[in-house]
Write a protein that binds this ligand. Structure first.
Ligand SMILES: Cc1cc2nc3c(=O)[nH]c(=O)nc-3n(C[C@H](O)[C@H](O)[C@H](O)COP(=O)(O)OP(=O)(O)OC[C@H]3O[C@@H](n4cnc5c(N)ncnc54)[C@H](O)[C@@H]3O)c2cc1C
Length: 384
């Protein structure tokens, strides 16, 4: 720590990544200040796997129950309905936010404009906050590929759409576009605490991103067919899938560290898991560069590169091919597909899952997939 440092850790940003690191550091006796433009509970509906939720409850939240579990997780493709055998979950934002914020002694509202030498956060009003480490948790930078979704709540239950005790992870049949003019989109859904059901028309990955009104219209056409009426305000989702890590000189975490899953857009479970890992490193004396090296290790960068390749392949698939891809994907053993969905997996595990899904596809699908891999590799080869 520099002699002028007032805190051990200065955290810029109060999303899941920032508060997870801040609370874990405070829990280890470090002095922490969090600075963000607002400190309200998060409004996004955050989904994650139930085992990831349990891990966060134990490792980060001191046993506080942190969400709702869905024992059945359904994937619906042309091959039929398939319970993937891994329970899903939804974060209880209010409780998790309050639990994490409670642990952090000091919070400030403000906007960090610059980070000097990884240790001083300079706010828009000129205030300087100096710590042993500045953690950059200011969210994602810009990119070109996005996941987008338009979500609404309908009165529940709707068991023929979303299983009563379960979550609908993907339904590739619901929003089919027989004219094949629109990008592939699937229906995602789960029951909420007030008895309504959240349904979202989702474009997994597209470059350029699918316009939100297109997803809204497809969703509303589906609701009209089924006579489902909406309640409340829509949820609009836009997640950048290919933003690089920010280069502020601070220790980046979460979306700012480029840790959004390149193909699925998930990052919250990773952020909750990394909070305690980063805090342990800071307790051991790690500075900004060491934290950066831990969070974006060579192994993780290799994994992210492979997952990025997977995203590029998905971007080239049409609706029928995407349906076939996910039908094959979820027939793999759980440890194989789960490895693919986790940016913390080893590159070897991700590569093995990619090869297995290629092998599980029908020959025409395999040809498309391999052609996509070849195209992506050509694009990534320097000098071309
Ligand atoms: C509607 C929606 C639904 C989503 N659903 C899921 C999901 O189900 N599962 C999942 O894993 N992911 C989901 N995502 C993606 C996920 O939200 C993001 O990847 C996640 O919020 C990133 O967390 P983060 O803490 O890294 O950044 P953010 O949540 O973006 O937080 C950034 C923080 O930094 C603050 N900030 C910004 N600029 C400054 C500044 N200059 N100075 C100080 N503070 C600043 C912001 O106010 C905010 O507090 C969803 C996203 C959206 C939009």
């Amino acid at each position: 720590m520099t002699s002028s440092a007032r805190w051990d850790v200065v955290v810029a940003g109060a999303g899941p990544a920032g508060l997870a690191v801040a609370a874990a550091c405070a829990g280890r006796g470090l002095s922490v200040v969090v600075v963000a433009p607002a400190l309200r509970p998060w409004t996004q509906t955050y989904g994650l796997w139930a085992d990831e939720l349990a891990e966060a409850e134990t490792a980060l939240l001191g046993g506080t129950p942190a969400g709702t579990r869905y024992p059945t997780t359904l994937v619906r493709t042309g091959a039929g309905d398939h319970d993937v055998g891994r329970a899903y979950a939804r974060l209880d934002n209010a409780r998790v936010h309050a639990t994490l914020l409670d642990r952090v002694g000091e919070v400030r509202t403000g906007t960090v404009e610059e980070v000097r030498a990884g240790r001083t956060a300079v706010l828009a009003d000129g205030t300087e906050l100096t710590g042993g480490v500045v953690v950059d948790a200011r969210g994602s930078g810009p990119g070109t590929a996005q996941q987008r979704a338009w979500g609404v709540q309908v009165e529940g239950p709707v068991p023929d759409v979303v299983p009563g005790d379960g979550a609908l992870l993907m339904d590739w049949a619901a929003l089919r576009d027989p004219a094949r003019r629109q990008a592939p989109a699937f229906l995602y859904g789960m029951g909420l605490d007030d008895g309504t059901v959240l349904l979202e028309a989702t474009s997994l990955a597209a470059r350029p991103p699918v316009p939100l009104p297109q997803l809204r219209d497809r969703l509303h056409a589906y609701l009209a067919q089924r006579g489902l009426r909406t309640v409340g305000d829509p949820e609009k989702v836009a997640i950048v899938l290919d933003a690089p890590a920010t280069r502020s000189g601070a220790a980046p975490v979460g979306a700012a560290a480029g840790l959004v899953h390149p193909a699925t857009g998930y990052s919250v479970a990773t952020s909750l898991r990394l909070g305690p890992v980063v805090a342990d490193a800071v307790v051991r004396g790690a500075g900004p560069a060491e934290v950066q090296a831990l969070v974006r290790s060579r192994r993780r960068r290799a994994t992210l590169a492979l997952l990025g390749l997977g995203r590029e392949v998905l971007l080239g698939l049409d609706e029928a091919q995407t349906d076939a891809f996910f039908a094959a994907f979820f027939t793999l053993p759980q440890r194989a597909w789960a490895a693919y969905l986790d940016v913390g997996s080893s590159p070897t595990a991700v590569a093995a899952a990619m090869l297995r899904v290629a092998a599980a596809l029908p020959p025409s699908g395999r040809r498309t997939l391999l052609a996509g891999v070849a195209r992506s590799l050509r694009r990534q080869t320097p000098g071309r």
